[in-house]
Design a binder for this molecule. Structure first.
Ligand code: NAD
Ligand code: TDX
Length: 329
């Protein structure tokens, strides 16, 4: 199995999940080690996997790696909306050209691809909309990040239809858990509190995200890889809708702070209001169920992880906050 982006947050969690649950698989990770990729994420298992530092846009390298493996699980991407608003170009390179490069290698060697994507490709929902996203919701991305992910999904669909490549796609909601970069919402707030500062809420904080523990994302990906129908898209979600204000208040409470002790900062331009996933297809067709159904429990163990792993996040923290300061939040 070739795992792209395996030194990032979700990719490294997927490596651990697969090693534990499918010890017979031989795993190769390819990762460019951008600011978001951290080789330390995989240190404990480096003797069990093959690690290649490289760019998914490198055609020769991808051709060789794809030829040497049976399946490719493609996580590698530029993943942060705020960064895409400051400098969109790397998102076009990694998300569009990177996915194209992998597709061409998959086509040439007749291998199996699972493409990892996001619910953000569907745009956003009103707070009172009774509907949630399904596999049939029209694409309507808002940010440079989500539009490049939408573009990558459409490339996969076109390669399936035009060239008959064997691929599946999953679109997952917001992940949380260990090894998530401190630029993202939950780790940023936990580490701000650990550093003695206040959490930062964009705008009024009414925006809703549909939280899923990253281990549940991993189990869903493995289920799709092993049992999913080729050419199909599956939405992954765990019924975890919460608004940002609620999440910040929970983090403060669980860290024994006053739940109202946070700052409102400038809102993100074009900020999507609400994401919500209907994962009926995945559950009914493949029998998948999430395990982490108690968000507060999952959040508490995530807070513990960041509290106990300061050496992991500290080196990234200062540069991340400097970027935010420049962007005004
Ligand atoms: P991340 O930023 O933590 O990790 C991305 C990894 O990809 C990093 O290790 C980085 O070095 C690597 N990478 C980036 N560009 C590369 C390139 N050109 N060549 C090789 N490696 C490259 O991101 P994440 O949060 O783990 O997201 C992983 C995937 O899951 C992405 O495709 C993202 O769109 C998708 N996704 C994320 C979420 C979420 O909540 N974080 C939700 C749904 C889907
Ligand atoms: O300091 C903050 N304060 C705040 O209120 C930050 C960093 C974020 N926010 C808000 C913005 C969002 O409404 O929190 C919410 C979550 O923000 P992010 O962690 O940046 O995630 P989001 O933009 O929702 O995108 C995430 O989920 C879908 C991932 O980063 C994407 O890779 C994934 O596709």
């Amino acid at each position: 199995m070739l795992i792209t982006g395996g030194a990032g947050f979700i990719g490294s969690n997927f490596v651990y999940y697969t090693l534990k649950n499918r010890p017979e698989y031989q795993i190769t990770v390819i990762d460019k080690l951008t600011y978001a990729g951290n080789p330390d994420n995989l240190t404990p298992v480096l003797d069990k996997i093959n690690f290649v530092t490289g760019d998914i846009c490198d055609q020769e390298l991808m051709d060789k790696l794809v030829a040497d493996n049976d399946v490719v699980v493609h996580f590698a991407a530029e993943s942060h909306n705020d960064n895409s608003l400051q400098n969109p170009r790397p998102f076009l390179d990694s998300n569009i050209i990177g996915t194209y490069t992998i597709l061409e290698a998959i086509r040439k060697h007749g291998k199996r691809l699972h493409h990892i994507s996001t619910d953000e490709v569907y745009g956003d929902l009103e707070l009172d909309d009774p509907n949630r996203f399904t596999e049939n919701t029209p694409y309507n991305p808002s940010s440079p990040y989500s539009s490049t992910k939408a573009g990558s999904d459409l490339l996969v669909r076109a390669w399936v239809r035009s060239f008959g490549v064997q691929a599946t796609i999953s679109n997952c909601s917001n992940n949380y858990g260990p090894y998530q970069h401190v630029e993202k919402f939950i780790p940023r707030q936990i580490t701000e509190i650990l550093e003695g500062r206040k959490p930062r809420l964009y705008g009024a904080g009414e925006n809703v995200r549909d939280w899923i523990h990253t281990e549940d994302h991993s189990s869903a990906v493995l289920a799709i890889l092993e049992k999913g129908r080729l050419g199909e898209t599956y939405l992954i979600g765990a019924d975890g809708e919460k608004n940002n204000k609620e999440v910040i208040e929970l983090i403060l409470k669980d860290m024994n702070k006053d739940p109202s002790d946070y700052e409102h900062v400038t809102d993100r331009p074009g900020h999507d209001m609400r994401y919500a996933i209907d994962s009926t297809k995945l559950r009914n067709e493949l029998g998948w169920m999430p395990k982490f159904t108690n968000f507060e429990e999952g959040l508490k163990s995530t807070i513990d992880w960041y509290t106990n792993n300061e050496a992991w996040w500290k080196p990234q923290k200062e540069a991340t906050e400097a970027k935010y300061q420049k962007a005004g939040h």
